[in-house]
Ligand binder design. Structure first.
Ligand code: SIN
Ligand code: MN
Length: 216
């Protein structure tokens, strides 16, 4: 396993080419500040339960978004849009602490346009999928974990590729870029009771993405 950069308490690990894990990037004080900011912003952009395209089945996670564009799923399909699907309001800006993770770990000059926020209550999970709705894959996906531990599964660029899993903890940041930008990934489960960060328990994930090429 290659180690090259040190952010947070531990070195950044290469899980696979282009797939990097910055363990403990956010210390406990920063996790608290970021979790409090997410809670405050979620008053303006409330969590809602999205539905799968076609089948209309509900997701087990709740979602909201921050930033210029939000990733939205409904029976009509997946899309990016500038407004909250339930309130119709613009999404609040991406928290500065989250942007700091992007700036230090993404290795690109462009800023993220979207920050999807997933909330996992005990029992929630996220099926294996690719982040492939963006018009530009040159920037990585930067994904922050807060709250309870999660079993994160990742594979290759084809769904049938073999997978491995790693337990993510509060304060960890995963980067999927370059050869790993389109890897299949998901969350098999969370481990309830492993963190007291969130008053309601469970886990938050903030996924930042660059959505459109600069000329758009
Ligand atoms: C996602 O891929 O949308 C979520 C990943 C995570 O919760 O760690
Ligand atoms: Mn994803």
């Amino acid at each position: 396993m290659a180690f090259d950069l040190f952010f947070g308490r531990e070195p950044v690990q290469d899980l696979a080419p282009g797939l990097r894990l910055a363990r403990g990037f956010f210390d406990e004080a920063a996790q608290r500040r970021l979790a409090d900011e997410v809670a405050a912003l979620a008053r303006a952009a409330p969590f809602y339960r999205p539905h799968m395209p076609n089948s209309g089945r509900p997701f087990s996670v709740l979602m909201t978004n921050f930033g210029a564009l939000g990733w939205v799923s409904s029976v009509a399909g997946y899309r990016y849009q500038p407004t909250h699907p339930e309130t119709g309001a613009a999404f609040p800006p991406i928290p500065a602490l989250a942007l700091e993770a992007w700036e230090r770990l993404a290795g690109v000059l462009c800023a993220p346009q979207a920050c999807l926020v997933n909330y996992y209550a005990p029992g929630a999970r996220m099926g294996l999928h690719q982040d492939a709705d963006e018009g530009d894959f040159s920037a990585p996906v930067v994904s922050i974990s807060l709250g309870c531990d999660a079993l994160f599964r990742y594979g290759g660029a084809r769904r049938a590729d073999p997978t491995r899993s790693v337990r993510l903890r509060s304060g960890d940041v995963v980067v999927m870029g370059g050869p790993a930008r389109l890897v299949f990934h998901g969350v098999d489960r969370i481990y309830p009771g492993t963190s007291g960060l969130l008053p309601q328990g469970g886990r938050l994930n903030l996924t930042m993405r660059h959505v459109r090429p600069p000329r758009d």
